[in-house]
Design a protein around this ligand. Structure first.
Ligand SMILES: *Cc1c(COP(=O)(O)O)cnc(C)c1O
Length: 571
């Protein structure tokens, strides 16, 4: 009898936010991946991460005085943060061999357990100049560049794990970018199995694969023309894949690969799973709602309060329920310190004259159409009046537009254009180069976290969960995680927004936003500080205790990974 293989989960993601200064991420997807691995390290789970190195990162955002965005390569030295390993693999794409090297980062958990992350690198001697650049840029522009990157991630990444002597029992594809790993696995099983019927091989692949889809937006699902796939992988290999029912049509769709080849498929909130079931009829799609890594996203002053009152919180997220017993004065004081730190930083960026005793609204995320960054600024006169009535407001914006998203870039300029017109009652700042560090400052230092996506397009959203960890109430459209996180009178306020495509949606939603701000939120803040303090505490007790990656990973471990009880109970 052969021994059962030891559990090992291989977590594949096109981007992983390991640390603010390691530019291997662009936004939400990468931060989620990093938070997932940070919680896996805390929990001592048998997991490894796989991603690409990105010698030139995503990009550094430069904004001129008018908010015009230009992009600069990020300059960083991998050798200062990562360990170079000697292992190498070769994959055959575009009619030639491509050598792939690897670096390792170790994510440290609260008890010293480490999760290794393997970062693939094609900048090796022997590769052509073009091939050496495959691992340079996160989300390069060209289709061919992206497909070769996905080949490196899925096929190269799986082969690299084997070269490292690792034998994953489960593969978790964080979004479709890594779905070629399932094809590579199928090929392996096909060549080595004793039962070479296609159905048996597919069953084995599905038993090993988990796929998480992350967006209801069709353009967010990676698709490549079949002709391009043939150029990259060879017509023969593509034809073999096309023989398998439903896998490949005139295009190679990575989400379809993920759906067809995974035994467990999920969306990232209950609402998103429901929307995804509509998009992919005939597939069973579960819901595992996202979270954030609590210790990473709780600002130091609030960490100190939690350490004093609920010391178990770093190991057990649900212990945050007991935040209920913390005196609100301590929570208010910790938030005040985080707010001062944010305001000091804003004032060093320019003569913004932000002040700690003014009500401050935060809005920071990728700048793209459906997130509706301009909703709050839709009627500048009305907003300025509200500001005047309540002794002035401050608004902190931040976020990058994808270099090719010209509409997104114009939205940043539109925000800048309102700056003057809002004065003197509303002060507005746009903090450049949104990254983990900037995000950490803003989510902890504002008084209200605003989110206004066009439903149902926000799959989950995680920045509001970060705010909740810092006692900051959310004011959000009912979409994504907020459908679950909103507890009336306790965790924040809801904007019952119109549905995507509804006529006049923006105008109607802006009206509701202004009314709730003027008639509910600001009156409570200014007339009932005690009640506001209780709400801050409830954000931690009700929302942070649930919307964390430890709870999320426990769900994956038991429902998707099939981890043995022993592996889960290691703690
Ligand atoms: C948390 C985070 C995001 C994701 O924010 P959403 O609310 O999910 O849009 C994006 N970028 C950075 C840098 C973050 O820290």
């Amino acid at each position: 009898m052969t021994a059962a293989p030891k559990d090992l989960i291989a977590y594949f993601s096109m981007e992983i936010a390991l640390a603010s200064e390691i530019p291997t991420y662009s936004g939400g997807l990468g931060v989620l991946a990093g938070d997932t691995l940070r919680s896996a390290a805390d929990m001592g789970l048998p997991m490894v991460g796989v991603t690409l190195l990105y010698r030139k990162g995503y990009f550094r955002q430069v904004l001129d005085a008018h908010g015009h965005q230009t992009e600069k390569d990020v300059v960083w030295a991998p050798e200062l943060h990562l360990e170079r390993l000697h292992n190498e693999v070769v994959i055959h794409i575009q009619g030639r061999d491509l050598r792939i090297g690897v670096w390792r980062y170790r994510v440290a958990g609260v008890d010293g357990h480490h999760i290794p992350v393997y970062l693939l690198d094609t900048d090796l001697e022997g590769n052509s100049a073009d091939d050496r650049r495959i691992s340079d840029h996160l989300y390069g522009f060209e289709e061919r560049y992206r497909l070769t990157q996905e080949a490196v991630l899925g096929i190269g990444g799986r082969q690299m794990l084997i070269a490292l002597g690792l034998q994953p029992t489960r593969y978790h594809m964080n979004e479709g970018h890594s779905a070629l790993l399932a094809i590579d696995l199928l090929k392996d099983i096909w060549e080595h199995t004793k039962d070479p019927t296609l159905a048996a091989c597919l069953a084995q692949v599905r038993a090993a694969c988990v796929f998480t889809t992350h967006t209801p937006i069709p353009a967010g699902h990676d698709r490549f023309p079949r002709a391009l796939a043939e150029e990259v992988f060879g017509a023969e290999a593509v034809a073999r894949v096309a023989e398998i029912p439903r896998l490949l049509t005139t295009e190679l769709n990575m989400s379809i690969l993920g759906l067809e080849l995974s035994g467990f498929v999920n969306g990232v909130s209950m609402r998103h799973a429901e929307v995804s079931r509509g998009m992919f009829p005939g597939h069973e799609i579960h819901a595992v709602t996202n979270g954030v890594h609590s210790a990473t996203w709780t600002a130091p002053p609030m960490q100190a309060v939690l350490d004093r009152h609920v010391p178990a919180w770093r190991r057990h997220g649900h212990a945050l329920r007991a935040a209920q017993k913390i005196p609100t004065a301590e929570i208010v004081a910790a938030h005040r310190a985080a707010k001062q730190s944010l305001i000091d930083e804003i004032n060093t960026l320019g003569p913004h004259h932000f002040e700690a005793d003014r009500f401050t609204i935060g809005f920071a995320r990728r700048v793209t159409g459906y997130k509706r960054i301009m909703l709050l600024l839709r009627d500048v006169r009305r907003l300025r009046e509200i500001g005047g009535r309540w002794g002035s407001l401050q608004i902190v914006f931040s976020g990058k537009a994808h270099p090719k998203d010209h509409d997104g870039k114009r939205l940043i300029e539109a925000v800048f254009r309102q700056q003057e017109a809002l004065l003197p009652y509303v002060r507005l700042v746009f903090v450049p180069s949104y990254d983990m560090r900037v995000a950490g400052k803003i989510v902890a230092g504002v008084d209200l976290w605003l989110n206004t996506p066009m439903p149902p397009l926000e799959a989950s959203g995680t920045s509001g969960m970060k705010a909740a960890h810092n006692g900051v109430p959310n004011f959000s459209v009912r979409d994504g995680w907020w459908c679950e996180g909103y507890v009336q009178g306790h965790t924040g306020w809801v904007i019952d927004a119109a549905h995507s495509g509804d006529h006049g949606a923006d105008e109607q939603d802006a009206d509701r936003l202004y009314r709730a701000l003027d008639e509910e939120i600001l009156p409570l803040y200014f007339s009932n500080q005690a009640r506001w303090g209780e709400m801050m505490r409830d954000c931690i007790a009700f929302a942070a205790s649930y919307f964390n990656t430890e709870r999320m990973l426990e769900e994956y471990a038991t429902r998707a990974y099939g981890l043995s009880a022993a592996a889960i109970a290691r703690r």
